[in-house]
Design a protein around this ligand. Structure first.
Ligand SMILES: *Cc1c(COP(=O)(O)O)cnc(C)c1O
Length: 386
């Protein structure tokens, strides 16, 4: 997208608006498959569950990792067959289990003993199970993303995982082990540590044939060839079936959030800093408030202000309501900004906090843009109230 294209989209659809280029998503999938030619890919739908994304990936044979009934049904509606669906997640409530059975979900990742018992207590055929291992590592990442670190709620210890896997193998329902070590993993050596945890488990339970190594590839910064150089020979040597669950890697770079500057506040007004108050903030893009994310932000077209360094803030009454810290921009009120790498955990995490309608979403496919989700309206928000 050129700046002129982005400006035209903002003029036509208003702001804040998410723009997502499906060709970019397809290119990332091809890149992933080039690095891991034998892997089954289950796209983590929570990164961006828009049906256009699910369809584009399904058309290319990718599966989906879902954690709710809603994600399972959206994936099925987008054309993902049950054989390519994987249900995971620490919640996995009765509605998700029922939908998984109905849709013939091939693989379910169990997050604990009680979940295993719940599946086995319910009537109906059982799927094949992965046991999610808590690797108790300390991946060098933000604590909220370090799902494999000590103290996180995910998975069970290797000892419990082995016992649970043996129980499942006895009833012929064991597929293998699952681990998702965290998100934004940039250091390929994390996978050495991960394989060191998994290796003895596959030794201990020879019926385990599937190794699901989760997602978490950093954007930017993932070195897929370096990860593959560790993982692929291990998988081949053990004769395992590799599964991967990337979310961010497939969609982050494909997305842009367009936001307009509402007001520029000068350092003299606020006690020292320039603040650009934009029409998008934590309500529309939660990643700064949640994880301290600092996405790339640039002006679109010619900006009208003098250059300054300051914070790109949102419109809500929260200190954490921010898009970017210490940015140098020449933006003034009315100028358009593009928040990059916004395709993952952007629109998917938008809320209606402050009764702000959720943004419009534009999808570009083969260079052609279309409104793929209309902007919410105050009437939409009121419609649920009694
Ligand atoms: C969130 C999640 C993913 C995807 O993580 P990314 O960082 O977006 O790649 C994959 N697997 C599981 C179990 C997850 O919770």
């Amino acid at each position: 997208m050129t700046d002129a294209d982005l400006a035209a989209l903002a003029a036509h659809h208003g702001t804040p608006t998410y723009v997502l280029d499906l060709d970019d998503v397809r290119a990332r999938l091809a890149e992933l498959r080039a690095a891991f030619p034998d892997a089954h890919v289950h796209y983590a739908a929570k990164a961006n569950g828009h049906p256009a994304v699910l369809r584009a990936l399904a058309e290319r044979g990718a599966g989906v990792e879902a954690i709710t009934e809603g994600e399972l049904r959206a994936a099925a509606a987008a054309g993902v067959p049950g054989s390519a669906l994987l249900l995971g997640g620490p919640g996995q409530d009765a509605a998700a289990r029922a939908a998984a059975r109905e849709l013939g979900v091939a693989l379910v990742s169990l997050d604990g003993r009680a979940q295993a018992a719940a599946w086995r207590a319910e009537p109906g055929p059982l799927p094949r199970f992965l046991v999610r291992v808590h690797p108790q590592l300390d991946p060098a990442t933000h604590p909220h993303l370090a799902t494999g670190a000590m103290g996180s709620k995910f998975g069970v210890t290797p000892a419990v995982a082995a016992a649970l896997a043996r129980d499942l193998a006895e009833v012929g329902r064991l597929a293998g082990f699952h681990v998702h070590v965290g998100s934004m993993i940039a250091d390929p050596r994390t996978y050495d540590a991960l394989l060191a945890v998994l290796d003895p488990l596959f030794d201990a339970v020879p019926e385990a044939r599937v190794a699901n190594l989760g997602g978490g590839f950093a954007v930017p910064g993932a070195d897929l060839p370096a990860v593959a150089a560790r993982v692929v020979p291990w998988v081949r040597r053990r004769g395992l079936e590799l599964r991967l669950e990337p979310g961010r890697f497939l969609v982050a770079d494909a997305g842009t959030l367009l936001t307009r500057v509402l007001w520029r506040k000068e350092p003299g007004e606020t006690g020292g800093r320039t603040h650009w108050i934009c029409d998008a903030g934590m309500t529309h893009y939660a990643r700064h408030a949640l994880y301290g994310a600092e996405p790339p932000i640039r002006g679109v077209g010619t900006l009208r202000g003098r250059p300054a360094t300051g914070d790109v803030d949102g419109p809500a009454c929260e200190n954490g309501d921010r898009l970017g810290t210490d940015r140098t921009l020449a933006a003034d009120a009315g100028d358009l900004l593009a928040v990059g790498r916004a395709g993952a955990y952007g629109a998917a995490m938008a809320s209606t906090y402050t009764a702000a309608p959720r943004p419009a979403e534009v999808v570009i496919d083969g260079g052609v843009a279309r409104l793929a989700r209309r902007r919410e309206t105050p009437a939409d928000l009121a419609a649920r109230d009694a």
